[in-house]
Every structure is written in C-alpha cells, then in structure tokens.
Design a protein around this ligand. Structure first.
Ligand SMILES: CC(C)(COP(=O)(O)OP(=O)(O)OC[C@H]1O[C@@H](n2cnc3c(N)ncnc32)[C@H](O)[C@@H]1OP(=O)(O)O)[C@@H](O)C(=O)NCCC(=O)NCCS
Length: 140
C-alpha cells in the first residue's frame, strides 16, 4: 500500500472520480493538493486539501465503491492528518460520526470561516426542499 501526493490537474482519474461521485468541483478549479492511496498499484482512496490561506479544508474524501468499509480511508486520513495542524470540512450530517473518529468536531455556522460558507447556497435550497443541511466541522 502506498500514499502519493499530487495536484488534481495532474490526475485525470481523480478528476473523473470527483465528477462521477458528484463532489465539489471547486477542488478541480483550485488545482487542490490530492493524496491518493494505492493498493497493488490500484487507486483505492483519495482526499484533497483546499488551501484558502489561513484556512485549509479537507474535501473530496472518496473510496472507490468496491473497496468501501475495509479501512482504506482510515489509513489515508490518519496519514494525511499528521501533516496539518488545523483543518476544516463541510459534510452532510450522516457523516458527522465518521469524521468524529478522526478528531473533527461540529462547529456552528457562525464559527465557520468564510470559504466554507459557500455551503449556505446549498443549505438555502436544502431548507426550501426539506433536505439535510451541510454541517461545518473543525479539527484542533
Ligand atoms: C465515506 C467514505 C469515504 C468512507 O471510506 P471507507 O474507505 O469506506 O472508510 P473506512 O473503511 O476507513 O471506515 C472507517 C470507519 O468509518 C465507518 N464508516 C465508513 N463509512 C461510513 C459512513 N458513511 N457513515 C458512518 N460511518 C462510516 C466504518 O465502519 C469504519 O469504522 P470502524 O473503523 O469502527 O470499523 C466512503 O464511504 C465514500 O467514498 N463515500 C462516498 C463519498 C462520500 O460521501 N464522501 C464524503 C464526502 S464529505
């Protein structure tokens, strides 16, 4: 198993995963840093770090479908999180407990830094159509 660091625009397979999993394409436009976990040279899991200066955001947390629930993402995140002292993320509420395992805690919308507040556009429609709203989380 190996973990490789790169930039999204250098990794067409990562771009494809982001699009087909309906993830936040902002990471592509920002050419965010991506960490890729390979097992036997097969790309299994990815996560990105969007850099907004003082604010760094974990995103694009994906394990390819056949390999989910086998601990691959835990391996990748435990490795990547060692490199960052403070990180934020946005996610749907069903993933709150998942990220708590890695030391993230939910914060209020008020405490969320401005780059994350782009989620409020989604939340506006979520309230209109009675869907779950995106939550904000912080580590350290
Ligand atoms: C969420 C996701 C990245 C997890 O990847 P994974 O490789 O399956 O995760 P792991 O196997 O490392 O799981 C680690 C732990 O979290 C748990 N877990 C995994 N997915 C979970 C989920 N959706 N909800 C709650 N807990 C979850 C596992 O049971 C495991 O717990 P354990 O260590 O006590 O057994 C994967 O399901 C995925 O790619 N989902 C689609 C994309 C997505 O929604 N990403 C999040 C965007 S914010």
């Amino acid at each position: 198993m190996k973990i490789v660091e790169s930039r999204i625009l250098c990794q067409p397979r990562v771009i494809w995963l982001i699009i087909t999993e309906w993830m936040d394409t902002l990471a592509i436009f920002m050419n965010a840093k991506v960490y890729m976990l390979f097992d036997k040279n097969k790309l299994i899991s990815i996560c990105c770090i969007k850099n907004f200066g003082r604010v760094k955001e974990l995103g694009i947390v994906i394990t390819t479908k056949p390999f989910r629930r086998r601990g691959y993402m835990a391996k990748l995140l435990n490795n990547v999180l060692k490199k960052y002292s403070r990180l934020y993320l946005i996610c749907l509420p069903h993933l709150e407990q998942y990220y708590e395992k890695f030391g993230f805690k939910k914060i209020t919308r008020k405490k969320a830094p401005w780059p994350l507040k782009r989620a409020e556009l989604y939340n506006f429609f979520a309230r209109l159509f009675d869907r779950d709203e995106i939550i904000y989380m912080k580590r350290k």
